[in-house]
Design a binder for this molecule. Structure first.
Ligand code: NAP
Length: 339
């Protein structure tokens, strides 16, 4: 049976054609479209919603009475009201695995760029300041052989740690994760309480999901525990770090530098001091933003949607338990059926 799908951003023509072969699709290409009457009218009849970067509120869900499945083009799902979706038995699909290595590349890019002051020094060259070889005031710090503390040691955290351990001979610490004996064996990783990890790591890399337990996990007290030359990397979500406390810690030399892909508010407000601080490398949330990986994520969302709307298990979902609560139609449910 053909159903109605609202697709919000980031699908290519081929992926739209795959959806249109089976269903009717309303495609909204631009971020501003989310405020348009056409978007809300399409949502009112939608059975499926494919989205990237849309804040989905309980209000938006209540305006979509037929919604069965959401396929997010992301692994993180802090943009969705999970309790509301569970109440309505709406399946939420996401895109783990296909973005792990690319996001880990970005995490390691931030480690390298902050330690070696790559952005600051490239700007210095651009400004025509390279008149003689640089002195100690512009020296960076080594990455190889240093200690890398992973706050969160799931798919992306482990992939960053692998780069550090196997490529750069770094010692790996981890916290905020259940014990990982296989990774401990593979990488010689040591599991520590958060406080100890903060106090002993040269690089602290945050890769936990954003939820009630992790919001502002790295606050002023946590920053206080870090080494004075310690470098903080955030590849997860901005709200996991208390941004104001971070700005203070960077300004007062409590920590050495920060490499940030994500921020409390995105896009970063013009008045934020962070991108102007020499000891900060600020990226515009590009963890998974390569042509190959974004295409793979969109394809995963399309595959998830087609499977779910056809009544099959999707490849990856956040709340698969809603499927068991749904009453599936069967001819036996017809008139006179013995139930
Ligand atoms: P994952 O495999 O689920 O790993 C998450 C890790 O965090 C696990 O080690 C998990 O512990 C730990 N964790 C989960 N909930 C926690 C809690 N409440 N308190 C403490 N620790 C907790 O996820 P992933 O694929 O690595 O992705 C991690 C996050 O990265 C995503 O949620 C997303 O927000 C972010 N991300 C950002 C970008 C970007 O563009 N910057 C791209 C992709 C993802 P256990 O091992 O014990 O479960």
């Amino acid at each position: 049976m053909r159903k109605n799908i609202v697709a919000f951003r980031r699908l290519n023509e081929e992926q739209l054609a795959q959806l249109r072969q089976h269903h009717d699709v309303d495609f909204f290409e631009h971020h501003e479209d989310a405020d348009s009457p056409a978007f809300h009218a399409a949502l009112a009849k939608a059975h499926g919603l494919i989205t990237a970067g849309l804040k989905v509120t309980p209000q938006l869900i209540s305006n979509a009475p037929h919604l069965e499945t959401i396929a997010s083009i992301s692994v993180g799902y802090d943009n969705y009201p999970l309790a509301t979706l569970n109440e309505r038995n709406i399946l939420l699909c996401n895109t783990p695995d296909v973005l792990t290595e690319t996001t880990a590349d970005t995490g390691f890019l931030l480690i390298m760029a902050t330690a070696r002051r790559a952005v600051e020094l490239a700007d210095w060259v651009k400004d025509g300041q390279w008149k003689s070889s640089i002195g100690p005031d512009l020296f960076g710090s080594d990455v190889h052989g240093k200690t890398l503390g992973m706050v969160g040691f799931g798919r992306i955290g482990a992939a960053i740690a692998r780069r550090g351990s196997l490529g750069f001979g770094m010692q790996i610490r981890y916290t905020m994760a259940s014990p990982k004996p296989e990774l401990e064996k593979e990488l010689g990783a040591l599991r520590l309480p958060l406080e100890d990890l903060l106090a002993t790591s040269d690089f602290v890399c945050v890769s936990v999901p954003l939820n009630r337990d992790t919001e502002k996990l790295i606050d002023s007290a946590a920053l206080e525990l870090m080494k004075p030359n310690g470098i903080l990397i955030n590849i997860s979500r901005g709200k996991v770090i208390d941004e104001q406390a971070l700005i203070e810690a960077l300004n007062t030399g409590k920590i050495g530098a920060a490499g940030l892909d994500v921020f409390e508010q995105e896009p970063l407000p013009a008045e934020s001091p962070l991108p102007h601080m020499p000891n900060v490398v600020a990226l515009p949330h590009i963890g998974s933003a390569t042509r190959e990986t974004r295409a793979a994520m969109a394809q995963r969302a399309v595959d998830n949607m087609l499977l779910a709307l056809a009544g099959n298990d999707p490849i990856s979902s956040v709340n698969p338990e809603v499927l068991t609560r749904r009453v599936k139609w069967s001819p036996e449910f017809g008139p006179g059926a013995k139930l």
